[in-house]
Design a protein around this ligand. Structure first.
Ligand SMILES: *C/C=C(C)/C=C/C=C(C)/C=C/C1=C(C)CCCC1(C)C
Length: 270
């Protein structure tokens, strides 16, 4: 075990490192930016800015808070921080595409999802593994569902496929994930063997994947399936996706953080 002050020194170095990384990304970015500046009436653009900042702050927070929780929770907080870090960097690029062109940053959005959604699935698996041995099949089924969902969505949004069939493929992938966490092996493991705090975290996470994730297909619907004209659609699509990310990346991480802190404090008292 490291002595306490040495440990917090390491945490300080870590935080300084992250801050430097983020700041250098921003400054490279600022000097590369050539186009327009954010306009006061561009509310979608404003949401891109706000969320970029919130994701950066969350990243620093999750990494620093690792210091406060017991060993078995540390990886979960690391993964939460990685999700918000990866998203923050993508938001810098997405924001620029939006502010400069007013079009949807589809390719950056999906590259981000391709990394962050599997990380969120890993998070699920980690929470379960913190209590019991979980068969690898659970993990692979969650991953397959994730990729089917994202590939379907991308084919539709990037114009490789008609938007309705692509939507249906995406929905099928999401349905497979929901089946696994409610009725499949993942759902059963949790019900049988988890302590109450973990069970409640698991059930909250489950509702996030149901209700929180449902916001994305709603965004797709307003973006592509209503025929309200390209400009209105791009506004609705990006605003809805952006708000969904606040819930599913930042709030999701905070739920895990709060369980980790309360569980760690409870086990200290024992
Ligand atoms: C951090 C990013 C997250 C949690 C992104 C999640 C994305 C989805 C749940 C997307 C779902 C979609 C469908 C269910 C149908 C097809 C269209 C998608 C890809 C938007």
């Amino acid at each position: 075990m490291m002595p306490r002050n040495q440990k917090s020194q390491t945490a300080c170095h870590l935080a300084a490192g992250i801050a430097t990384l983020i700041l250098s990304t921003i400054s490279t970015h600022a000097s590369a930016a050539t186009g327009a500046l954010l306009k006061p009436n561009d509310f979608v653009g404003i949401s891109f800015w706000l969320i970029t900042m919130a994701l950066m702050a969350s990243t620093v927070f999750f990494f620093l808070e690792r210091d406060r929780v017991s060993a078995k929770w540390k990886t979960s907080l690391t993964v939460s921080g990685l999700v918000t870090l990866v998203a923050a960097v993508h938001y810098l690029y997405m924001r620029e595409v939006w502010v400069n062109t007013g079009t949807s940053p589809t390719v950056f959005r999906y590259i981000d999802w391709l990394i962050t959604v599997p990380l969120l699935m890993i998070e699920f698996y980690l929470i379960l593994s913190a209590i019991t041995k979980v068969p690898a099949g659970v993990f692979w089924r969650l991953m397959v569902g994730t990729f089917v969902m994202l590939i379907g969505g991308y084919l539709g949004e990037a114009g490789y496929m008609a938007v309705w069939p692509a939507f249906i493929i995406g929905m099928a992938g999401w349905a497979a994930i929901l089946y696994e966490i409610f009725f499949g092996q993942a759902g059963k493991i949790n019900a049988q063997s988890a302590p109450p705090a973990v069970q409640s975290a698991f059930s909250t996470m489950r509702w996030i994947v149901t209700i929180g994730w449902a916001i994305y297909p709603i965004g797709y619907f307003f973006g592509y399936l209503t025929g309200s004209g390209p400009e209105a659609s791009a506004n609705a699509l990006n605003l809805i996706y952006n708000l969904a990310d606040v819930l599913n990346k930042i709030a999701f991480g905070l739920i895990i953080w709060s369980v980790a802190v309360s569980e760690s404090e409870a086990s200290l008292k024992k």
